[in-house]
Design a protein around this ligand. Structure first.
Ligand SMILES: [Zn+2]
Length: 370
């Protein structure tokens, strides 16, 4: 599937060192003060692609445009030979154009109004069913893993494509894939399921309680992460005293030497309110803040739910839920209380109707903060 552009054929058959030198700044539009590459890199930061994958994507675009010189990129801001696909219909600033490539006959390609919308459009292109697993931690772990995956799914049928792209990856760009050797994997993670079997919390639009939904789904999150990390679920023991429940959880986390705890909830209010809010204590650690904000960002991008509080993070002093945070923080453990959506809002079907997607986003959000 995917694309095939004349530049690709030209360049993949040439040794890498014959790729034209990088264009000087402003060579294409004077209104752009950054070099094209810098500009594209900047927009990539706002996508779901992991940072360590960015240099490979840039290399891909360099190859496909002959170092940003192709007609398709100059005229249509299409830096990746993206052929038109129905799913691109609602991509921002994207339309269908007929363009005659090296094959000698017109083919429908995507045209973008701006470079920024191209980068968003590229993400959208990869979010299509055919590349279904492209954003999993496994395939975002390194640029090569990502590239091999999309090629395997049919992104480019040209032989040697992966090697040609990898040869163009800018080796100076730091990349820090998370591997089992990475110190980050020393973190010990606790997942605290909100509420308990006798008081199950709010009910979502599918009629399932917070406690039941999270007990089931977070189990899947744990099983995905426990290949690389020590991670364990914690359940609150029913007890009349809430502070006793909190103290009990905090001491069990402490006994297991947990570094980072996520208390998992969804919100519920009037059926109309929506959004993500991850709670932290107002005097929390910077790691706690990072856990809350990174996860909020991943969920926001994944579902389009609005942020509540400061970009999805709410610092609290004395509210419902703060007892648990205070008890855990009191043990020196970084923590956030996650309210990943309003479960009584019809829009939350996006969450509850596709559990695997929810699992993947949670895995991504937890992993990214390590
Ligand atoms: Zn709750």
């Amino acid at each position: 599937m995917g694309f095939l552009d004349c530049f690709l054929k030209c360049f993949s058959s040439k040794p890498q060192n014959q790729v034209p030198p990088q264009l000087p700044t402003d060579s294409i539009g004077e209104e752009h003060p950054l070099s094209i590459q810098d500009e594209l890199e900047k927009y990539l930061l706002a996508t779901r692609f992991e940072k360590q994958v960015h240099p490979t994507i840039i290399a891909q675009w360099k190859l496909e445009t002959g170092n940003f010189t192709s007609e398709l990129c100059k005229k249509y801001n299409n830096f990746s030979g993206l052929k038109w696909r129905e799913e691109m219909e609602d991509a921002e600033g994207c339309r269908k154009v007929s363009y005659t490539s090296h094959e000698g006959y017109p083919i429908d390609y995507c045209a973008f109004d701006t470079r920024e919308n191209f980068v968003k459009g590229y993400q959208k292109f990869i979010e299509r069913e055919v590349y279904f697993d492209a954003f999993s931690p496994e395939h975002q772990r390194t640029g090569e893993a990502y590239l091999r995956w999309i090629v395997e799914c049919g992104f480019c049928p040209t032989e040697g494509y992966v090697e040609d792209v990898l040869a163009l990856v800018d080796k100076d760009t730091p990349s820090d894939p998370i591997t089992p050797d990475n110190p980050a994997s020393d973190y010990r993670i606790g997942i605290v399921i909100g509420h308990n079997s006798s008081a199950q919390g709010a009910t979502n639009i599918m009629g399932e309680s917070e406690f039941n939904f999270h007990s089931r789904v977070m189990e899947k999150v744990v099983s995905k992460l426990n290949e690389d990390y020590y991670i364990k679920m914690y359940f609150r023991k029913p007890h009349v005293s809430y502070s006793r429940q909190c103290a009990d959880i905090a001491s069990r986390l402490d006994d297991d030497a947990i570094d980072r705890a996520y208390c998992i909830h969804f919100n519920s209010y009037d059926g109309k309110t929506q959004g993500i809010e991850n709670l932290v204590m107002s005097n929390c650690s910077s790691n706690s803040l990072k856990m809350a904000s990174v996860l909020a960002e991943v969920l926001h991008k994944g579902y389009g739910y609005p942020y509540r509080g400061d970009k999805g993070v709410k610092r609290i002093t004395n509210e419902a839920g703060s007892g648990m945070l205070r008890a855990i923080q009191g043990k020196g453990i970084d923590c956030t209380l996650v309210e990943h959506c309003f479960g009584d809002n019809p829009s939350s079907k996006k969450t509850f109707g596709d559990e695997d997607n929810f699992v993947n986003l949670m895995v991504e959000g937890i992993r990214k903060a390590l």
